[in-house]
Design a protein around this ligand. Structure first.
Ligand code: HPA
Ligand code: ZN
Length: 351
């Protein structure tokens, strides 16, 4: 826990979250509850004996793929529109309590469709959760649909066809596209055609890259049209690419506690926060899969403060970049930037 005045400063600092998977907000508690309600059989393995055994296992992930195994089992308990809506609502309430004003959230429809859940059911549930957060909490929200790298390109194409069929780009129901899941292994550019098509339509594009994979995963994502990189911590291994990222104003959505839990780094101190600040790389700080990694966004902010002892001025830069690189209208940006200035002024004496 960071020191109390800093904790107050960080809690009240207006935040934007750009990297959180709604399915990564399924707590063990909710998994067992929904499995029972929906008569979903969880695996007969020791981890799934109880909430406690599952929580314990979550503390011992060995890699991204080891985590993904549990993440995909977890999401199998989501069956009905209301399950998706309740999950999103649970996340937005937590985010609001942590000082989030704007949230851009990922979801993985392919994985649900693969087990027989209709695309329309998933969307209707998540949209309902977003609308409730906007109406009751004053949050602005955006849904970013993620393609997954462990399933086939044909599966991604079927999901892409569903977006087009439903007019979900035009209606802004799906605001942007991303990709996630296993990084090293599948072809780096497997979504080349889909991204080219989406780009032509003017759709916003992001991609998970440089989490476990080397910087060429980042350069491939940029080549395919991504204008934001999720994680991207291995960018520091390629100075030329880092200069390009700065020049082009690409935002990295960094997730420090996730990186520690998935053994990408040994401790938060190894996440290149200081290097990114010094080089002028824009980044936001995010929770990724908070129910699996033991921390929501504020826990990530506090962990960064404990590891790096940043100044108020440095936090202001992080908060301002998070707003200016959000996928929202100018008017909303100005509103959030004003709130940041007000908050920072109130803590001017903090050193
Ligand atoms: N990386 C890749 N895929 C994911 C992640 C992640 O951190 N979280 C959920 N799916
Ligand atoms: Zn992620």
């Amino acid at each position: 826990m960071c020191q109390s005045t800093w904790h107050d400063f960080l809690r009240g600092l207006p935040k934007c979250e750009h990297h959180v998977h709604l399915e990564g907000c399924l707590t063990p508690d909710l998994i067992f509850h929904l499995a029972s309600k929906n008569s979903v059989q969880l695996p007969p393995t020791p981890e799934y004996t109880s909430i406690e055994t599952l929580t314990h296992r979550y503390g011992h992930f060995t890699s991204l793929d080891d985590f993904l195994h549990f993440y995909f089992i977890g999401m199998s308990v989501l069956q009905h529109e209301s399950d998706f809506a309740d999950l999103a609502w649970a996340y937005f309430q937590k985010a609001h309590a942590d000082g989030v004003h704007h949230a851009e959230v990922f979801f993985d429809p392919q994985v649900h469709q693969d087990r027989g859940i209709a695309y329309e059911t998933i969307i209707a549930g998540f949209v309902a959760g977003c609308q409730r957060a906007e109406a009751e909490l004053g949050l602005s929200t955006r849904l970013i649909l993620c393609f997954v790298r462990h399933l086939s390109v044909e599966s991604a194409e079927r999901t892409y066809a569903k977006i087009l069929e439903n007019g979900h780009f035009e209606s802004d129901t799906v605001h942007g596209l991303g990709w996630s899941s296993s990084e090293v292994g599948p072809p780096k550019d497997m979504f080349r055609e889909i991204y080219a098509s989406a780009r032509e339509r003017g759709v916003r594009l992001t991609a998970h890259a440089g989490e476990e994979g080397d910087p060429t995963y980042i350069s491939t994502a940029l080549e395919l049209g991504a204008r934001r990189i999720d994680h991207g911590i291995r960018l520091v291994e390629d100075e030329g690419l880092m200069e390009r990222v700065v020049r082009e104003g690409i935002l990295l959505t960094v997730c420090p506690l996730s990186n520690v839990q998935l053994k990408c780094v040994k401790e938060v101190k190894e996440v290149p926060i200081r290097k990114f600040l010094d080089a002028g790389v824009k980044f936001s700080i995010n929770s990724d899969d908070p129910a699996y990694f033991g921390g929501y966004i504020l826990d990530n902010y506090c962990a960064v403060q404990e590891a790096f002892g940043l100044s108020v001025a440095e936090w202001r830069v992080i908060a301002v970049n998070s707003v200016s690189e959000s996928w929202i209208e100018e008017e909303r940006k100005l509103e959030l930037l004003e709130r940041i200035e007000e908050h920072v002024c109130g803590f001017a004496e903090l050193v």
